[in-house]
Design a binder for this molecule. Structure first.
Ligand code: NCD
Ligand code: ZN
Length: 353
């Protein structure tokens, strides 16, 4: 059988994306809207997107950053705090604006200081979300200083997620950016109301990427990339076609000086080459026929949204793709994720729609 060199799929969505604000928003939004039709927009701005009114204003700001000619729908989320108002959440969901809430354990990651310290403070909101079927996106890591950073996801499942699902069995949860074999196994063990996003970079790098041969801040993100055995489990899950797993890039840009620092920020900017990297990974796994499920079908099915009618065409060239090492923005240059191998798959421009 000759190798596949062209692939046409429904236009993909990104179920976990950081678009930031201000000049950064303007600079990096086109990297996503070129290829993706929709994205779940993370609310961890400073200050965070907490109310439906905040989300409305943020949505308007995002739309102003979408280049002419691109069609893009931001799927807005609210940042769950201890004082989130269930009525505001329900009204936002009923209007169609709010597609999910995001739970950050306080201190778990970038801009998570307003997050949840005591999960019981969120019970009234979680109760209402269960009733109306609004998904909860979870950053699944404990923050206890006595828990090793490589174990924080696995411990979160035992200490937080399992009890929460027992308390709210009807709550629809998305375990965001799963990075461990334990995470994959747990998702697989659950029959309903649990989906999971997987990033591009966690399918490609393990912890050697940021620790071997000098400290490499552009491979540092949260949750941190783990051992090779975990990366292999993530690849297996992504390429299996299992509808519980879908793409959430967690593309999280920071200007280079903030990353290349004695205390560098967590976050990897993958948006510009996300589809090229994914086609490469799925090709390596002999699973190009499962790519559409992962990027275009499983996510909408879990969120109860229609699939995209537009199409996107991927072509495998003979020569390696030229891709920008950096995107310049009004907030400074942002380094693009380097997968460490040449990319051959490109999104054919002008082929969508
Ligand atoms: C994200 C960011 O920079 O906002 N960073 C990251 O490493 N993924 C926050 C997050 O999703 O954890
Ligand atoms: Zn994120």
């Amino acid at each position: 059988m000759s190798a596949v060199t062209e692939l046409e799929i429904r236009r993909p969505d990104d179920w976990h994306l950081h678009l930031r604000a201000g000049a950064m928003l303007d600079g990096i939004t086109p990297s996503t809207t070129a290829d993706f039709a929709r994205a779940i927009i993370m609310p961890n701005l400073v200050p965070p997107v907490v109310t439906t009114a905040d989300a409305e204003a943020y949505r308007t700001r995002i739309m102003a950053a979408v280049p002419q000619g691109d069609t893009f729908e931001p799927l807005m989320t609210l940042y769950l705090t201890g004082v989130t108002d269930p009525d505001d959440v329900a009204a936002g969901a009923a209007s169609g604006l709010i597609k999910a809430l995001k739970l950050y354990p306080a201190g778990a990651t970038t801009n998570s200081e307003s997050g949840i310290r005591d999960i019981e403070t969120a019970y009234p909101v979680l109760e209402r979300m269960s009733e109306i079927g609004l998904p909860l996106c979870m950053h699944g890591e404990v923050t206890d200083p006595d828990i090793d950073i490589f174990d924080r996801e696995a411990v979160f499942i035992d200490r937080v997620l399992i009890p929460l699902r027992a308390r709210f069995p009807d709550l629809r949860i998305v375990m965001e950016h799963v990075t461990s074999r334990q995470g994959v196994d747990y998702v697989r063990s659950q029959e309903k109301n649990l989906g999971a996003t997987l990033t591009v970079h966690h399918l490609i790098i393990n912890r050697n990427a940021y620790l071997v041969g000098g400290i490499k801040p552009h491979f540092y993100c949260l949750p941190v990339a783990k051992r090779e055995t975990h990366r292999l489990a993530l690849r297996e899950a992504a390429t299996s076609g299992d509808s519980r797993f879908f793409l959430g890039t967690d593309s999280a840009p920071h200007a280079d000086p903030a990353k290349e620092s004695a205390c560098g920020c967590a976050g990897i900017f993958t948006a510009p080459t996300a589809m090229s990297c994914l086609a490469h990974v799925f090709e390596q796994e002999n699973a190009l026929d499962k790519l559409e499920a992962f990027v275009s079908l499983n996510g909408p099915a879990y969120y109860g949204l229609p699939v995209n009618e537009e199409r996107l065409r991927l072509v495998r060239g003979e020569a390696p793709l030229e891709w920008p090492k950096r995107v310049s923005t009004g907030a400074g240059p942002v380094t693009v994720f380097d997968p460490g191998f040449p990319l051959f798959w490109r999104v054919e421009k002008g082929a969508k729609g």
